[in-house]
Design a protein around this ligand. Structure first.
Ligand SMILES: N[C@@H](CCC(=O)N[C@@H](CS)C(=O)NCC(=O)O)C(=O)O
Length: 211
């Protein structure tokens, strides 16, 4: 049994999507980030970073969204969210998970949380540098998909695509949303057609960037 501490549209989204894709029974605990619930003493005991997501696995807490995705993929191989160790697709799977969590995760975090870099609002040069780094990462993904798609690992959908989908959504109000790259646009539409996406929107009560 799993318990996911989540907030609508937050980094918990990829874990929630993985649980839905797998069809694994789970409980949801909604965290109110606006009321700073993530910094309450009870939650900090589960997740000392004071962030969502946290996933309880058999009562034990774990954090970091991409790690949680990989743990779930490994525990439920029948869902085929990860190519098996030793398979041809495995190296690409590891590469792209690392790419998204290195090139996009922290950069988005800085974009959305200027206080992490020491100011209430980013100086324009910092904002511009972050914007460029995020767009460069998406240009790379767009070129990769154009050459090797339709999914990140080629013909087959995988957990990498769930991670990409969450990060794509976060670009929706940025100067250049991913929908402005033609291949990414088609990829986002393909992913947003999945039943897990529609179900997640109902459960989390999301509306923006539904389809
Ligand atoms: N690297 C972490 C990032 C988690 C993260 O930044 N979560 C944000 C929501 S998207 C959060 O909890 N923000 C509240 C806060 O930092 O106070 C992951 O991928 O799990």
């Amino acid at each position: 049994m799993y318990t996911l501490y989540y907030s609508p549209g937050a980094a918990s989204m990829v874990v929630h999507l993985a649980l839905l894709e797998i069809g694994a029974p789970h409980r949801l605990e909604r965290m109110d980030l606006d009321r700073d619930q993530q910094h309450g003493a009870d939650y900090l005991r589960l997740n000392p970073r004071g962030q969502v997501p946290t996933l309880l696995i058999d009562g034990k807490p774990y954090f970091e969204s991409a790690a949680l995705l990989m743990i779930l993929a490994e525990r439920h191989p029948e869902a085929k969210l990860a190519p098996l160790p030793g398979s041809e697709q495995r190296a690409g799977y590891l590469q792209w998970i690392a790419f998204f969590t290195n090139a996009l995760g922290p950069t988005y975090r800085f974009w959305f949380y200027p206080p992490d870099l020491g100011s209430a609002e980013h100086p324009s040069a910092v904002r511009e540098a972050l914007r460029r780094k995020i767009e460069d990462a998406w240009s790379l993904v767009d070129a990769h998909l154009a050459a090797h798609g339709p999914y990140m690992l080629g013909a087959e959908f995988s957990g990498v695509d769930l991670l990409a989908l969450m990060y794509m959504r976060w670009s929706r109000n940025m100067p250049r949303p991913v929908t402005q790259w033609p291949t990414l646009r088609a990829y986002a539409d393909r992913m947003r057609a999945r039943p897990s996406w529609k179900r997640l929107y109902e459960i989390e009560g999301l509306t923006e960037w539904a389809s």
